[in-house]
Design a protein around this ligand. Structure first.
Ligand code: SF4
Length: 197
């Protein structure tokens, strides 16, 4: 019994568990404020919700933190920079896609220049809404925390919806106008008889 208890205690204090626990409570997101969703992140850190209670401490630079919170639309130009920065971040690193625009393009879903975040970097949690509420943002951090600890938990997966029918439909091609009727040939002048000299 004592031996069993000892083994149990050793198992519970495995270094890996302690490290995971430390990461879970030290998720320091950097804002990648690309659109209006950023306003709600300020709200999340403000006194009412105070996400810092759960270790979510906003940070200044992506290269020295472990979470990128993509707050809104990502354009093709920004996608390139997002990827570069993500690759330079130290492991372990996490990405949260915040808002309809980051998840599927939102209002700009069929724009030529908007890309989905998960086509650029791997996304660990999606935060649906336009904009998502501070509660939704905090829930996403908990979802990532569960992943870090290896615990099963609820997940939000984006659903692909075909919005093509809602696009303005092309107008049917106009019928070619009927050709105007050819003008009737002018009557030939009647031959005049010449009087004999
Ligand atoms: S999801 Fe809504 S609030 Fe967020 S960036 Fe897009 S339009 Fe703005």
């Amino acid at each position: 019994m004592v031996q069993e208890l000892k083994e149990y205690m050793l198992k519970q204090t495995k270094l890996d568990r302690i490290i995971r626990w430390g990461i879970k409570w030290s998720m320091w997101p950097v804002h990648l404020v690309t659109s209006c969703c950023g306003v709600e992140v300020a709200h999340t850190s403000a006194p009412v919700f105070d996400a810092e209670r759960w270790g979510v401490l906003p940070f200044n630079t992506m290269r020295q933190t472990n979470v990128i919170l993509v707050e809104g639309t990502i354009t093709r130009k920004m996608a390139k920079v997002l990827k570069w920065v993500y690759e330079q971040m130290p492991e372990p690193k996490f990405v949260l896609a915040m808002g309809a625009c980051a998840i599927r393009g939102g209002l700009f879903w069929n724009s030529y220049h908007v890309v989905q975040v998960d086509t650029v970097v791997p996304v660990d949690a999606y935060i649906p809404g336009c904009p998502p509420t501070p509660e939704a943002v905090i829930r996403a951090f908990f979802m990532v925390g569960n992943k870090i600890l290896g615990k099963p938990g609820p997940e939000v997966k984006p659903v692909k919806v075909d919005l093509t029918p809602y696009l303005p439909q092309p107008k049917p091609a106009a019928k070619p106008a009927a050709k105007p009727a050819a003008p009737a040939p002018a009557p030939k002048p009647a031959a005049t008889a010449q009087a004999p000299a």
